[in-house]
Design a protein around this ligand. Structure first.
Ligand code: GLC
Ligand code: MG
Length: 256
């Protein structure tokens, strides 16, 4: 193994269609990551759009390693202890600055094309809808300016041609990872982030974290990658966990 691969790093990954999607590759990756965690203290973090409820459901369906921290609800909840339900109160405080959930819901309520997602996917700092790509072209710019007019400084994140998340300006997956990196004192260059869709762009967009975009990435992330190429982001050929393995080898985190 090279020197780079014999030190701890922070491994952050999205779940659906990134870590999960190729069962054989997931097993191989799990084994390598668990070994690295035990030998060098590498930290494993999941950053998912799912709520804690839907995350728990996934753990009954797929063999996921227990993470060292869990970021759910598109970065708006941070769980440092994944056995309980508690969200990190410090992170919640950061998110609450300038956030007015009621006004967001009231503003979005005027758009018939926005279909609310189930209650389990609505969070204290996340308001989520389904929206078709055809309607999105017109609705997104209108909604964005309406929210601004109402004095709301929020983030609109559209993923996979169907999901619209409205988040506080201080919240997304990337900002949650920054918060964790600072808490754990881990450099961006020793951090790897992996994703496949729109809500993962924030993971790649914050700093010089090593980025792995899996080969099956959705067009919104692919287009962003093409427009923002640097040598610390890697577009894998392989899909899902096989793409993550390819990327970790590319950056030398797991040997070459
Ligand atoms: C997950 C969440 C959903 C969110 C989507 C995109 O599917 O359950 O609420 O809109 O990710 O971020
Ligand atoms: Mg995904």
């Amino acid at each position: 193994m090279s020197e780079v691969s014999m030190r701890e790093f922070l491994f952050v990954t999205d779940l659906d269609n990134t870590l999960v999607g190729d069962d054989n590759a997931l097993k191989e990756l799990n084994q390598l990551l668990e070994q690295h965690r035990q030998e060098y203290g590498t930290k494993i973090v999941y950053a998912t759009g799912r709520s804690l409820t839907l995350y728990r459901q996934l753990t009954t369906e797929k063999p996921l390693l227990t993470p060292d921290a869990l970021i759910t609800s598109v970065g708006t909840e941070l769980h440092l202890d994944t056995s309980g339900d508690a969200c990190d109160p410090q992170w919640a405080k950061v998110l609450s600055e300038g956030w007015n959930r009621e006004l967001v819901v009231a503003t979005a309520g005027h758009y018939a094309d926005l279909v609310p997602q189930p209650n389990s996917e609505q969070g204290s700092f996340k308001v989520s809808y389904y929206l078709t790509p055809e309607a999105a072209v017109e609705v997104l710019p209108r909604l964005e300016s309406q929210l601004k007019e109402n004095g709301l400084d929020v983030k609109l994140i559209y993923s996979g041609d169907q999901d619209l998340d409205i988040l506080p300006r201080n919240g997304d997956k990337g900002l949650a990872v920054q918060f964790l990196r600072q808490k754990w004192q881990i450099d961006a260059v020793r951090t790897v982030v992996c994703g496949d869709s729109g809500n993962d762009i924030a993971l790649f967009n914050v700093g010089e974290e090593r980025g792995i975009i899996v080969g099956n990435a959705r067009s919104e992330l692919r287009e962003w990658y093409e427009a923002n190429q640097t040598d610390y982001r890697y577009l894998a050929k392989a899909f899902c966990s096989a793409g993550i393995l390819e990327g970790l080898r590319h950056f030398g985190f797991l040997g070459n």
